[in-house]
Design a protein around this ligand. Structure first.
Ligand SMILES: Cc1cc2nc3c(=O)[nH]c(=O)nc-3n(C[C@H](O)[C@H](O)[C@H](O)COP(=O)(O)O)c2cc1C
Length: 180
């Protein structure tokens, strides 16, 4: 738990969980989240659409911040969250993380968490060349592009960011981050 949060007398670690517009790892990510005690969900516009298409609902309704500046990001500097998880993370959002673009709610939360030294865990969808996934209605095979795999490798080099490639790793990385 972060020092500021401790000073405010909080006893439980609070997680901000970003959902981007990805079907791959969506159900698995939310299963991991549902097992955790104090999670606040944020979804990109595409995230809200894909949740609907997949017929999946997070345990509590996700916040969508349509303000130009992402007012929700102020909570990171106020010490409200101990960890930011982005799972699943689209190749679009991962590319923006890597190149420092923060023009959506999720990319701004990523940037601000980084600037506030709040640890971040990311589960990208494009983690291997061949992606076998359960689509909204049927199984699908997709092929990650080299640019998406390269971006994941670049993200792994970010300070304070843990990139994971499976839901099991996601669970373990969250437990590790919260134990510090
Ligand atoms: C049903 C559906 C599933 C999708 N799944 C993925 C996915 O697994 N990975 C991905 O990179 N993009 C996926 N997309 C495309 C993204 O939603 C799209 O690139 C969007 O612009 C991402 O915006 P965001 O990164 O702000 O959430 C999917 C789109 C749809 C309609």
């Amino acid at each position: 738990m972060g020092a500021e949060a401790r000073m405010e007398g909080k006893t439980m670690a609070k997680i901000a969980w970003g959902i981007t517009g990805a079907g791959h790892f969506l159900r698995e990510s939310l299963e991991v989240a549902a097992a955790l005690p104090d999670v606040e969900y944020f979804a990109s516009e595409a995230g809200m659409e894909v949740l609907k298409i997949y017929g999946v609902t997070p345990p509590t309704p996700p916040r969508i911040d349509r303000s130009a500046s992402t007012l929700a990001c102020r909570a990171f500097s106020a010490g409200a969250y101990d960890l930011l998880v982005i799972a699943p993370a689209t190749s679009n959002s991962v590319a923006k993380f890597v190149y420092g673009i923060s023009d959506t709610m999720i990319t701004t939360l990523f940037a601000q968490a980084g600037k506030c030294r709040v640890p971040i865990v990311v589960l990208p969808t494009d983690v291997e060349e061949v992606i076998d996934t359960m689509g909204a209605t049927k199984p699908m095979r997709l092929y990650a592009r080299p640019v998406d795999l390269e971006n994941m490798e670049k993200l792994k080099k970010f300070r304070g960011v843990k990139v994971v490639t499976t839901p099991a790793e996601l669970s373990a990385a969250i437990a590790e981050a919260l134990s510090r």
